[in-house]
Ligand binder design. Sequence first.
Ligand code: NAP
Length: 328
Amino acid sequence: MLRRSLRSIAFSASRNYVVKSLYSNMAQIIDGKAIAQEIRFQLGKELKQFVEEGAPVPHLTAVIVGDDPASEKYVANKMIACREVGISSETKRLPSSTTQEELLQVIADLNQDPRVNGVLVQLPVPEHINERTICNAVNVDKDVDGFNELNIGRLALDMDGIIPATPLAVKTLLEHQNIETHGRNAVVVGRSKNVSLPMAILLHADGKYATKALDATVTICHRYTPPKELARYCRQADIIVVAVGKPGLITKDMVKPGACVIDVGINRIKDENTGKFKLVGDVDFEEVRQVAGHITPVPGGVGPMTVAMLMQNTLKAAKNQFYDRKSS
Ligand code: NAP
């Protein structure tokens, strides 16, 4: 039912693009913003039902260390999404001078607090703090970012757990657009532990297990993949997921006609015409859309879906905690 209604929303959201693409051979643009909005709406309904069963309103706490404007913006968007879905939320702001021990204490308190269902520490943390130690300190059941080593391990072993929001967003977009992945060639550009590694796992793993992965044949490219080889691998791919942080890295000549191109990258660059700053991805969008079959825009593609998946993870965590408590 949810799948059907999501499909119909996607159809109407992207109808204009489909019509356009029929006439111009342009890629169908995957409207992540519209799909995310529908998912948030469905999650709101699911949350209402959950609370009607007697569960407390799910609660998410975000922790920001320092005053990075991008982190402030990302967390603000997450808080807006929480309000829309009906999740109660709060942001704890700590100064950049916070020591690792102090941050670990804040996390330990949140882990202990029965009112808190989800905890996220906005990355990056200041350099004097070890990111891995922090990610592992968040209780695995409250780890709505899915960065705790236990959640990553569960994902790697096809076990149920919390999947990091960005790769989950990409998977959901592919499924939503009915992009065939089973037995197809996929390239993941980037090998970061929080985005590209879980992405590659979700793309290649066996769809018959708990993570319902996508059964593709996956190649991972990274900093040391020679540019010629990167282009060669990409040209063989039915699906390209790029998460690097380099504008214009993926160009038209690197894309097989009809391929699906998912752009995770977010780069702030100066617009030569207006002199103002704007956000772009890692893909040369205007060029690549002339050959690709599907493409995500930046902004408005993977970004809003990532926030929607964080909401989904928070509701999942709250449900797991509620039913576990009830059964014990
Ligand atoms: P990251 O940790 O900096 O990782 C970037 C990866 O790109 C690294 O694995 C790096 O290789 C690889 N790389 C660097 N230059 C390359 C090249 N020329 N060719 C191929 N690979 C290259 O970044 P991240 O956290 O994965 O994020 C990647 C991008 O996605 C960033 O722009 C970030 O802002 C964006 N992002 C977007 C969302 C969203 O919701 N849309 C969410 C998270 C991140 P090495 O490992 O060798 O360094």
